[in-house]
Design a protein around this ligand. Sequence first.
Ligand SMILES: Nc1nc2c(c(=O)[nH]1)N[C@H]1C(S)=C(S)[C@@H](COP(=O)(O)OP(=O)(O)OC[C@H]3O[C@@H](n4cnc5c(=O)[nH]c(N)nc54)[C@H](O)[C@@H]3O)O[C@H]1N2
Ligand SMILES: Nc1nc2c(c(=O)[nH]1)N[C@H]1C(S)=C(S)[C@@H](COP(=O)(O)OP(=O)(O)OC[C@H]3O[C@@H](n4cnc5c(=O)[nH]c(N)nc54)[C@H](O)[C@@H]3O)O[C@H]1N2
Ligand code: SF4
Ligand SMILES: [Mo]
Length: 760
Amino acid sequence: MRSNEDPQDDLKVTAPKTYAAGVPAVAHAIEYSLAQAGPRRTALTLLSLNQTKGIDCPGCAWPDPKHRHKNEYCENGAKHIADEATTSRVTLEFFAQHSVDELDQMSDMWLNHQGRLTEPMVKRPGATHYEPIGWDEAFGLIAGELNALDSPDEAMFYTSGRLNNEAAFLLQLFSRSFGTNNLPDCSNMCHESSGSGLGETLGIGKGSVSLDDIHESDLVFVVGQNPGTNHPRMLSALEETKRNGGKVVAINPLPEAGLLRFKNPQSPRGVIGKGTAIADQFLKIRPGGDLALFQMLNRLLLEAEDAAPGTVLDHDFIAAACTGYDEFAAHVRQVTWEHVLEATGLTRAEIEELRDRVLAARSVIVCWAMGLTQHRHGVPTIREIVNFLLLRGNLGRPGAGVCPVRGHSNVQGDRTMGIWERVPDAFLDRLADEFGFDPPRRHGYDSVAGVRAMRDRKASVFIAAAGNFVRAMSDSDVTEQALRSCRLTVQISTKLNRSHTVCGDTALILPTLGRSDRDVQATGEQFVTVEDSMSEVHQSRGRLAPASPHLLSEVAIIGRMARATLGADNPIPWEDFEADYALIRDRIARVIPGFEDFNERVARPGGFRLPNPVNSGVYPTPSGKAVFTANAFARIDVPPGHLVLQSLRSHDQWNTIPYAMNDRYRGIHDARRIVMVNPDDLAELGIADRAEVDLVSVWDDGIERRAKGFTAVAYPAARGSAASYYPETNVLVPLDSVAEISNTPTSKGVVVRLEPVAAP
Ligand SMILES: Nc1nc2c(c(=O)[nH]1)N[C@H]1C(S)=C(S)[C@@H](COP(=O)(O)OP(=O)(O)OC[C@H]3O[C@@H](n4cnc5c(=O)[nH]c(N)nc54)[C@H](O)[C@@H]3O)O[C@H]1N2
Ligand SMILES: Nc1nc2c(c(=O)[nH]1)N[C@H]1C(S)=C(S)[C@@H](COP(=O)(O)OP(=O)(O)OC[C@H]3O[C@@H](n4cnc5c(=O)[nH]c(N)nc54)[C@H](O)[C@@H]3O)O[C@H]1N2
Ligand code: SF4
Ligand SMILES: [Mo]
């Protein structure tokens, strides 16, 4: 265990829950909110959360229903907003009292619990402490460092998906005006494989379905996703699917509570009744087995068509809208039962039952998240899911389509705004026309390439708009070294985190308004906009008095940084943008297709939905058609005596930030350094339940990566799998262990051995 982690002497394990939400969820939400924010702020935030004129939940990207309940939030949404609305403050005295080294010894949870950041701070080269700095001096310092670089490509601008559209648009405009496409973002570690797989096959890297489609679908797959914790209101949508007679299939190595049963705390049945069974079929798959499963499913559909020609496949759709069918079909017919059963750990009967469900369904949706994207073969898995949907024409019609369920509340919007190191030339052309400059065309660094560049001294200024890059990225030791080797690191943040203690020679903390804070500029009160997982764009308007009078909005910080760096004669009207965000939206409307009349349409209650060409039968691929692909069979090779570790979220955390030491639905209490393993695997490995073990990852660079001091917990997980929490296990993921094509760290596919720690 590292010195900066919370002690866990009191691990308690109870039986995993068999349902999600219900009354305990409401009680936990209110309890956490009251403790953090007090009654007044709790009332103000919770009552306006996800209402049409209120605050967009800063939690996940699940969309809001059309008919909103007056409590339109979930337990975890309430926790995320309370975490921001907290009344605790990190003051100047706090920074005078604690050196950077001392803060680095504190846990991630402790740092977060100190409260909201209140004033801009600087750590100067060689200094032991952060000290106050004026805003103008801070922007001057950044400008000096940026303009002293030999090349603009020695700087990079990271974004996390909390950033709103207006700030994101300005950040990419600044970066490109300065001269670089180095725009790594959290998407690189998250749904990049979805973007890659969908972009190649359908021409657009986004989901195609709406909430109504989920409600109306005959069959919804939930693959590699834990909605009970990470997208809780998705369970209300699935409940509606079930009410309408649809079925749900869950595919997961863990029997996640939310996939089993849901007690909707907003309905009387959910409060006093048994709730709704969610998964009609649960496939407890081996990690990384999904590509094999969908390939076999596709083979079985082809065979069903052979047996009853003209009844299974949508021949008209395939002929008119698709290419690559013959090669795909020839390839997938070669997939063998032997390989598939081994890769998936499932039985033939289970897979045949799944086929029959598919054959009985007129409309199918596949939803997925990190359980697919963070594997080495994440991109081919998503392409194979597209094959699966294309076969029966399950795209662009009601109740059917692709649904990558996004993480951060505006991660999809940030991409739409041009936060992308490889943005298409057409976007850059429009930017050039609108703003009269020549954006760089060289692709920039993504998150993995960015760490390599800092490590190799090819980049020395790291500026982050939101997030906690040092804890989010893989190979923690390498990433920490990379950041420490920078001349300057800048964090635009709401709360204290590890990226403030692991920093460059000079480090700046620029505190900013959060979603819940009222944002008043020269022309009056502003709102910002976000895009959810289903391409709905809407307003978010903060309600609370800002956490400190010294805070600037993200738009203001980015605009002032740009003006200081690019000089007062830069023609982009950064000051006007800061005074009136509607002017930014006017520019977005002219640069980004789908945002025509942005200001007018986003003023309507609920906003508007961006068009997805796939839903009008248009595929913006080079051929203009949807593309069937032949994907090489792949699985994770596991040497004897080893397991495949996935690093995931507990119920009480937001990404890199643990809120508490519990994972209620999985029955883990008061501990985070645990590893969940099937009891039969533990027996085979000769490790007792509750034994202390180190996790050691295996990679071909010969470096031993070790996470010390974990407790093994016998858990009904798929054979051959192990599960631990992130970010503690990021030390185990080698920087070079990435998904093919998307370059996403393989957070869910780390081959490890468990080394028992001898009792002292
Ligand atoms: N409360 C809360 N909500 C969140 C977040 C949070 O930290 N806390 N984070 C947000 C973000 S940024 C994101 S990206 C999303 C993440 O949402 P999820 O993807 O649900 O997040 P994880 O906790 O990583 O869970 C991964 C799930 O995939 C399963 N899985 C792992 N490997 C495999 C596999 O090989 N095959 C299959 N079929 N399943 C597998 C795991 O058992 C687990 O259920 O959540 C968002 N919402
Ligand atoms: N091993 C492993 N690693 C992973 C993952 C995994 O499953 N396993 N998941 C990956 C995924 S899916 C993601 S998305 C990344 C997440 O990576 P990030 O998005 O970088 O991390 P977060 O933990 O969400 O960042 C939290 C910090 O954001 C800041 N913040 C919060 N709200 C605001 C705001 O409104 N404005 C500003 N400016 N700052 C704000 C606060 O200071 C807070 O401390 O991690 C990735 N890393
Ligand atoms: S489901 Fe996601 S967006 Fe909705 S209230 Fe919960 S955390 Fe917030
Ligand atoms: Mo994410």
